[in-house]
Design a protein around this ligand. Sequence first.
Ligand code: PEP
Length: 251
Amino acid sequence: MARKPLIAGNWKMYLTVADAVELATAVAASCKGLTDREVMIAPSFLAIVSVAEAVADSPVRVAAQNGAWKKEAALTGEISPFMLIDAGVNMVILGHSERRHIFGEGNDIINQRVLGALEYKVTPILCVGETLDQREQNNTFTVIEEQLTEGLKGVGAEQITEVVIAYEPVWAIGTGKTASKEQAQEVHAYIRSLLVTLYEKTLADEIRILYGGSVKPENVDSLMAQPDIDGALVGGAALKAESFDRIIHFK
Ligand code: PEP
């Protein structure tokens, strides 16, 4: 089954509500008539309702940058998947390297977040990726295997095709350094082989694996030409309508 490419913008802790709505409106205009790819944007929680309203009549999907696992609970600072659906948001980025490395989120909590998202029909984008140190110590595959297997614990075969995986080498995020297309493809193929082992080939062939790490207009075409790269998770270049438009229209 052909995997529909997904171009996802992670706006991190940038943009006021008004700026977010303006950019979302421009992204919706960029997506007019596009049917062969999906586009997603992840604004801050403060802007998420206004952005969801701004793109409601377009195919643009709105995602949260993190999400909890219960309908409601005493979890200060968290947002539940039930609240996301209520706000018109049906995707969530989980296990982003900034959550792992700045806020200390480990595989256990990320796994709870994945299971919670799936329970409420919010599509999780599970991010995995090695640090520079781990790559230099030849531990890339070990780290990826651990993050993937722990992050997907308890996710059944009937749910796995709802999950999107994002490979984001930590050393390439926000640094301007992109993994070469060969480096990225190598890890993507490895992730797909792990998914074959954890599930089965027909299911693994349906799962989208995005690349993230300094994706820009200049490198998106060659990355997207790789057989196991099914989309991009874009930070910096997603904050400008023009550069994101070019990325959305990768060739
Ligand atoms: C990201 O935030 O997931 C990311 C990949 O950022 P950037 O594109 O800026 O490297």
